[in-house]
Design a protein around this ligand. Structure first.
Ligand code: NAP
Length: 247
């Protein structure tokens, strides 16, 4: 078991926060497996950046919302092949809209990717980590999962759900040496937020005590801590990385 490669799996590692987490975990010494769904060229850019920095990474197309595909991926690529040390459930999407006008498919898709997808990966990772009696699971939730947000009922429900999933999984897996924590980013500069109108960004900035948007690397630093040796006694926690937005 111990001579197998020590892998950190980052879902949605092709861009944004996931890419920064992948790069950081590779620097921390893990071989990184990252997933993507629609942008292979971006996933390959992450792999190339990691290789250039002297690390190792592989990219896999895996739709987090497809539970069968998630199970097959764990069986074919992880089980008995590598030692899965870290899972970062980062894959996420938004489909914003006011509650009373929200379409069923926009509710369903956001829950499927952000919450059910994280559950599916967590369940498969937990089986392997419980057996090896070690592992770190980190779920990327959101500040809005803690405070609510108009126009994002589907996304907020999924992100709040992730916090509940984190706390329950932490209790179930603590006896097996596996920790489960959540990180709640505030407003981070990525493709997800670049579509927001300038006026909304300006308004958000006013509500951030540190006076700037976050960078993906700010989240990667928190993930690195939770995956690292210093966080062995931390589980079931929600680490807010939001510039003081939610105090
Ligand atoms: P992003 O730039 O839009 O990147 C999203 C990533 O998720 C991409 O790698 C994308 O892959 C992947 N993805 C989307 N749907 C997927 C699916 N069905 N299966 C597998 N991968 C999928 O987003 P981001 O801003 O970095 O956000 C990353 C996470 O942080 C999300 O969970 C988000 O909710 C959370 N978050 C972000 C912010 C923020 O301000 N940006 C704040 C709080 C929380 P492709 O490249 O293949 O499309």
């Amino acid at each position: 078991m111990s001579d197998m490669p020590k892998v950190a799996l980052v879902t949605g590692g092709s861009r944004g926060i996931g890419r920064a987490c992948a790069e950081r975990l590779a620097k921390d010494g893990f071989e990184v497996y990252l997933t993507y769904v629609s942008r292979p060229e971006e996933a390959e850019k992450t792999v190339a950046a990691i290789a250039e920095a002297g690390g190792e990474a592989k990219a896999f197309r895996l739709d987090a919302s497809n539970r069968q595909a998630v199970c097959a991926f764990f069986t074919e690529e992880i089980k008995d092949k590598v030692s899965l040390e870290v899972l970062v459930n980062n894959a996420g999407i938004t489909k914003d809209g006011l509650l009373i006008r929200m379409k069923d498919e926009d509710w369903d898709k956001v829950i499927q990717v952000n919450l059910t997808g994280a559950f599916a990966c967590l369940r498969e990772a937990a089986k392997l980590m419980a057996k090896q009696r070690s592992g770190r699971i980190i779920n990327i939730s959101s500040v809005v999962g803690q405070m609510g947000n108009a126009g994002q009922a589907n996304y907020v429900a999924a992100k709040a759900g992730l916090i509940g999933l984190t706390k329950s999984a932490a209790r179930e897996l603590s006896g097996r040496g596996v920790t489960v924590n959540a990180v709640t980013p505030g407003f981070i500069q990525t493709d997800m937020t670049s579509v927001l109108p300038e006026a909304i960004v300006a308004k958000m900035l006013e509500s951030i005590p540190l006076g700037r948007l976050g960078a993906p690397e700010d989240i990667a630093a928190a993930v690195s801590f939770l995956a690292g040796p210093g966080a062995g006694y931390v589980t079931g926690q929600v680490l807010a990385v939001n510039g003081g937005m939610y105090m």
